[in-house]
Design a protein. Structure first.
Length: 284
C-alpha cells in the first residue's frame, strides 16, 4: 500500500455530543444513514433501498467532517476519508486507483461510511473541466457509486460548499440523491458549540458563555474552536511571568489557580475573525 493516507480506515471516536447546534441535522442523518446501516433488515423488509449517497452542503468549518465521523462512530461503521484536493494531486491514474481502493476496502469492511471532503474538487461539472484526468475521475466515481449494491451496507457522504459546481450526474437517483444543508450556527448553536469546546477548560466565574455566544455573530464551529484555543493561550501568557522557567514542572499551587477569564476571551476576540461573514451577510 503505497497510497496510505486516504485509504486508512480508522474508527472515529467523535460522538453526536461533540457537535453543537446541529440537532435537526443529526436527526436527519440518523434516519438516512445510521438506521439503514444498523438495521438493514428494516429496509429489506419494506422493500426499499436506503440512500447510497448523501451530500452535505454548507460553508467551511461548520462541522461537516465531524458530523460524518460521528455518524460512523455512532453507527458502529468504519470510516474512510477521501480528501478531494489531495486525491486530485496524485499522479496520473493514481487518483482513480486510490478511489477504487477506498471503495473496495469500505465494501470489505462494511458497514462503512466513505466520506468525500470537498467533492467539488474531484467532481466538477464535466463541461467546465479541461483535463482528461478530471473527467476520468468523475466517471470513476459514478461507476463506483453505481456499482454499489443496495445491500452493500455502505453510505457515501460527501461535503461541499459549492453544490452548484459539482457534476449534475452525481445528483441523480441512486447517487447523491439526498442533500442536507448545514448553515452557519445561530446564537443558540454557538452557545452549544462553546459548551463543547470549553468542556475540559477551567473557566473563571466571570466568564459568561451566553454573552460570548451573543457577541460572536457570524462565527462558525471552527471559529468558536479557535476562539477557545486563543483564550487558553491568553491565560498561559498571563501566567508566564509567575513561572520560574528554571524549574522542570509547574508547582501545583500555580497550576490549580490557572483558569481562563473573561478578559482572556476579550483578548482572543480581537484575534479571531468570523470566517463565514460573507455567507452571513447574504443570508441576512
Ligand atoms: P471543511 O468544509 O472546511 O472541511 P467542516 O464543515 O468539515 O469544514 P469540520 O472540519 O468538521 O468542519 O470542523 C472543524 C473544527 O471546527 C472541528 O474539528 C471542531 O473543532 C470545530 N467545529 C466545527 N463545527 C462544529 C460544531 N457544529 N460543533 C462543534 N465543533 C465544531
Amino acid at each position: 500500500a503505497e497510497y496510505e493516507e486516504p485509504t486508512t480506515a480508522r474508527r472515529a471516536d467523535v460522538t453526536y455530543d461533540d457537535i453543537g447546534g446541529l440537532g435537526s441535522t443529526i436527526d436527519q442523518l440518523r434516519e438516512m444513514v445510521e438506521l439503514p446501516l444498523r438495521y438493514p433488515e428494516l429496509f429489506q423488509r419494506l422493500g426499499v433501498d436506503p440512500p447510497k449517497g448523501v451530500l452535505l452542503h454548507g460553508p467551511p468549518g461548520t462541522g461537516k467532517t465531524r458530523l460524518a465521523r460521528a455518524v460512523a462512530n455512532e453507527s458502529d461503521a468504519e470510516f474512510f476519508l477521501i480528501n478531494g484536493p489531495e486525491i486530485m494531486g496524485s499522479a496520473y491514474g493514481e487518483s482513480e486507483r486510490a478511489l477504487r481502493e477506498v471503495f473496495e476496502q469500505a465494501t470489505a469492511n462494511a458497514p462503512s461510511i466513505v466520506f468525500i471532503d470537498e467533492i467539488d474538487s474531484i467532481a466538477p461539472k464535466r463541461g467546465q473541466v479541461s483535463g482528461e484526468a478530471e473527467k476520468r475521475l468523475v466517471a470513476q466515481l459514478l461507476t463506483l457509486m453505481d456499482g454499489l449494491e443496495a445491500r452493500a451496507n455502505l453510505v457515501v457522504i460527501a461535503a461541499t460548499n459549492r453544490p452548484e459546481a459539482i457534476d449534475e450526474a452525481l445528483r441523480r437517483p441512486g447517487r447523491f440523491d439526498r442533500e442536507i444543508v448545514i448553515g452557519v450556527p445561530d446564537e443558540r448553536g454557538r452557545r452549544e458549540i462553546l459548551g463543547i469546546h470549553t468542556r475540559g477548560m477551567p473557566l473563571a466565574p466571570d466568564v459568561d458563555l451566553k454573552e460570548l455566544s451573543r457577541t460572536t455573530f457570524g462565527f462558525v464551529g471552527a471559529d468558536m474552536a479557535a476562539l477557545t484555543r486563543e483564550a487558553a493561550i491568553e491565560a498561559v501568557r498571563r501566567i508566564m511571568p509567575k513561572l520560574n522557567l528554571d524549574e522542570r514542572t509547574i508547582p501545583p499551587e500555580v497550576l490549580e489557580t490557572l483558569s481562563v477569564t473573561r478578559s482572556d476571551f476579550v483578548e482572543a476576540l480581537k484575534r479571531v475573525q468570523p470566517s463565514a461573514m460573507r455567507e452571513v451577510m447574504v443570508q441576512a
